[in-house]
Design a protein around this ligand. Structure first.
Ligand code: AMP
Length: 224
């Protein structure tokens, strides 16, 4: 199985994907996470990606595709794959269609999460991240006990540069201009595009995601 989680930044794809994989032994390929790991490790790829990411722009397609291809090749063929944050452009989708048969896989479905821009703006600009525990808070919806301090690590939380309000506006614009056309692209290529309303309580979004996977794709996963 290969499934793409598609949707604007802040809609909850990453969180929902992680929650789903608590029950499903699939592998998540999240290009944003791979890029952030490369930055932390200070690799050439990380250095190349940094300026694009901080500006809220997309990293060039060839860099992303090479990274995904390498990751896919490292996985056993029977492991299900959940893409999060990839593809983000029509050329990336075309490259994915070229690469999948090489690893004996095919795309089963795209799951599209949606929420209004003002909801997304508030969700992302409220995010705070603990570099020490990896936990992500939200000052509006899920604040730490003590302002600015991680409950688990006891150290300061940071506001990622690309979560600052001016960059968030740019990321949303980039999504609408460059990534949303993927919906039409996949509908035209007759890949199932399944909708999940991302503007609901987290648990409800998870329940909807699981229902779509089991009812439409026959994936064996318990209801949330
Ligand atoms: P994310 O964590 O998915 O929101 O990604 C954070 C940033 O990484 C994005 O704003 C882009 O700069 C970059 N990025 C992640 N995935 C991709 C991709 N598939 N194509 C281009 N840039 C990406």
């Amino acid at each position: 199985m290969v499934v793409i989680l598609l949707g604007p930044p802040g809609v909850g794809k990453g969180t929902q994907g992680d929650k789903l994989l608590e029950d499903l032994q699939w592998e998540k390929i999240a290009t944003g996470d791979l890029l952030r790991a490369a930055r932390r490790e200070g690799t050439e790829l990380g250095k190349e990606a940094q300026s694009y990411m901080d500006a809220g722009e997309l990293v060039p397609d060839d860099v992303i595709v090479a990274m995904v291809e390498e990751k896919l090749a490292s996985l056993p063929a029977e492991t299900g794959v959940l893409f999060d944050g990839f593809p983000r452009t029509v050329p990336q989708a075309r490259e994915l269609a070229r690469v999948l048969p090489k690893v004996d896989r095919e795309l089963d479905a795209v799951i599209l999460f949606e929420a209004p821009d003002q909801v997304l703006q508030k969700r992302i600009s409220g995010r705070r991240h603990s570099p020490d525990s990896g936990r992500i808070y939200n000052i509006y919806f899920d604040p730490p006990e003590e302002e600015g301090i991680c409950d688990e690590a006891g150290t300061a939380l940071v506001h990622r540069d690309d979560d600052k309000p001016e960059t968030v506006t740019r990321r949303l614009r980039v999504y609408r201009e460059q990534t949303e056309p993927l919906v039409a692209h996949y509908r035209e290529s007759e890949t199932p595009v399944l909708m999940v309303d991302g503007d609901q309580e987290m648990d409800q979004v998870q329940a909807d995601l699981r229902r779509v996977l089991s009812d439409t794709l026959g994936v064996e996963v318990s209801p949330a």
